[in-house]
Unconditional design. Structure first.
Lengths: 296, 306
């Protein structure tokens, strides 16, 4: 889209868009193309020669049990984190929307965790869930007799990174759900109440369906968050351990590529992740087109 | 809300209180831990009454983690990203909306598609690019045999290697992150809602494009800019992967990365009081920005979705 009334200049518009294009080409497109090329090649141990190997890197990748395990771990991690963050965020937002007094105060008390970096959030929960000092770990042991040890137990470590990642995302989801609920016309709710619908029925029959575009958006954003932005949590809390139990895809790329210097495999992994985020984005925009019928 | 439901209302507030406590628990516990001496913090379970060692721990964390330097770096990085993103996106969106030229749509699509290329999916090649910005030009240089030319001019054998590294520099921390599809998109959406008459009137009065941008669009964009400042500052401050990759010098790294060195490893004395005091310092700036600019923050988050 463009304005009807526009300025005329041969060079100015190019100068204005140039910084943006330079940065995107240098730091986005060029590296992406390099990654794509690298994923089809194998370098010799000294890095002098690259041989073109077609899809060998991808075949190696998808027959590697460690990579397949990492895919499974990422899915579990992502789904549970998103589920916890969305259900908790939606619940709190519904409550906050019902509250008559102190709304701004309530909102303030609930949004600040979003400002905490994933890595710092990981650090706080690392302490709370620490097997020998953490208060939550001790409570679990004393009250429920759970032998909590995320340092040795893969399952416990997974729960720990899920909590640390979801905590921060609850605030994000809360903000969106609250904004979404406030955009629903009061008259709809009132009309339903007059017809004798209970608050619960009103929530499930009116608020929830009208919230579905927000819910979808939040789901997409949560999945992107859990796939990519949780790197800081993993790096601080478990470093992918114990025994690869929390080694999610994005952490594996970093470990294999940046630490292990396995260029071909790391590039192939990057391409897999790239394909994934492209599909998520495409699905998201396809859906946004259809959003009108819900919102209207 | 609509009818009187005293029981439900009480429950609502009860659940809200519970939610606030659950969400706030980690920070309350962190604050308490940061006030305790080492003997207390490693007690099992840790006492829930604050101690009097708060300033001692803060000072210890500050000096041990070299937080002064690193907070300054974090601030430069966050401010640089915020400023850079807003300027680059605003003039970019202005170019796309107010001019008609051949590559307009191509440029817009190119900027928009960066949404699909977060740094996490191109770690190594982006690092290589930052390690030597001239890297891609070296093959061109070699292919043109420019070394020979330089040697001929200089009169003796010279081997020229093109190198411009962004590692361990503020430019490296900031520049790769200033391209933003969301910001550009937000400005574009906003410019499209600006009445046509404003531009016509400005043109009639003989204003140039840049004058129109500065005198009319900029003041009109104030609320959008405020919202973006909050969002992008928090985003910049909380960056993790990128500074981890391109900084190796502790003097050049950001506070969030530096903080990780305060976490006690299993064989250390478990000085969690120091580590958590450091965490408090590092997370304070973005929290303050979000709390004090809450209205802009919520607007900045929710608006781009529309």
């Amino acid at each position: 889209m463009i304005k009807r009334s526009i300025f005329r200049s041969k060079t100015l518009p190019y100068f204005l868009i140039l910084p943006q294009i330079l940065v995107t080409v240098t730091f986005f497109y060029w590296p992406a193309v390099q990654g794509l090329a690298q994923s089809l090649m194998r370098s010799d141990p000294f890095g002098h020669r690259n041989t073109f190997v077609w899809l060998d890197n991808f075949i190696t990748l998808f027959t590697d049990p460690l990579y397949l395990k990492s895919i499974g771990i990422t899915l579990i991690f992502s789904l549970f984190t998103a589920f916890v963050a969305i259900s908790f965020g939606l619940f709190i937002a519904t409550m906050a929307n019902r509250a008559l007094k102190a709304k701004p105060l309530i909102r303030t008390m609930l949004i600040w965790p979003y400002a905490v970096a994933p890595a710092v959030s990981g650090m706080l929960w690392l302490f709370l869930l620490h097997p020998s000092y953490g208060v939550v770990a001790i409570a679990l042991k004393n009250w429920f007799g759970v032998d909590w040890n995320p340092v040795l137990e893969g399952g416990d470590a997974m729960i720990m990174v899920i909590i640390a990642s979801a905590w921060r995302e609850v605030s994000y989801n809360f903000i969106f759900f609250l904004a979404g609920m406030q955009a629903i016309p009061k008259s709809l709710i009132e009309a339903a109440a007059m017809d004798g619908a209970s608050p619960f029925r009103r929530f499930w029959k009116i608020t929830f369906p009208l919230l579905s575009p927000t819910l979808f958006f939040v789901m997409v954003m949560n999945i992107i968050y859990t796939f990519f932005d949780t790197f800081g949590v993993i790096h601080t809390v478990t470093q992918g351990g114990p025994g690869g139990a929390t080694n999610i895809l994005v952490y594996k790329v970093y470990q294999d590529g940046f630490i292990g210097l396995n260029l071909g495999s790391s590039a192939a992994q990057s391409i897999v992740l790239m394909t994934l985020i492209i599909s998520i984005t495409v699905v998201q925009f396809k859906y946004v087109e259809r959003k009108v019928q819900y919102a209207g | 809300m609509v009818e009187k439901t005293p029981i439900l209302d009480t429950l609502t507030y009860l659940f809200l209180m519970l939610g606030i406590v659950v969400v706030g628990f980690p920070i309350i516990y962190t604050i308490i831990a940061a006030t305790l001496p080492i003997e207390e913090v490693s007690k099992v379970p840790m006492p829930l009454i604050p101690g009097d060692q708060f300033w001692v721990n803060i000072q210890e964390a500050w000096t041990r983690g070299d937080l002064g330097t690193q907070l300054f770096n974090s601030f430069i990085m966050a401010a640089g990203i915020t400023f850079g993103k807003i300027v680059v996106s605003m003039i970019g969106a202005f170019s796309i909306v107010y001019f008609d030229y051949r590559f307009r749509t191509v440029a817009f699509v190119a900027v928009f598609c960066t949404l699909m290329l977060p740094v996490e999916v191109r770690i190594l090649p982006t690092y290589e690019m930052a390690a030597n910005l001239f890297g891609p030009l070296q093959p061109v240089w070699d292919a043109l045999h420019l070394n020979g030319l330089v040697s001929w001019i200089a009169g003796h054998e010279i081997e020229v290697a093109l190198e411009w590294s962004l590692l361990d520099s503020y430019t490296g921390l900031i520049l790769p992150l200033v391209a933003s599809a969301t910001c550009t998109f937000l400005f574009r959406q906003f410019f499209l809602t600006v009445p046509e008459e404003l531009c016509e009137a400005a043109k009639m009065d003989g204003a140039s494009a840049m004058t129109f941008l500065r005198k009319i669009l900029l003041p009109l964009s104030k609320t959008n800019i405020a919202a973006l400042v909050v969002i992008e500052f928090v985003y910049g401050w909380n960056q993790y992967l990128w500074p981890l990759l391109i900084t190796t010098n502790p003097k050049m790294t950001t506070a969030i990365i530096g903080l990780q060195h305060l976490i006690p490893s299993p064989e250390d004395v478990p000085e969690w009081n120091i580590a958590l005091a450091g965490a408090l310092i590092v997370m304070l700036p973005p929290i303050l920005v979000v709390l004090f600019m809450q209205r802009w923050f919520v607007k900045g988050l929710v608006d781009p979705e529309k």
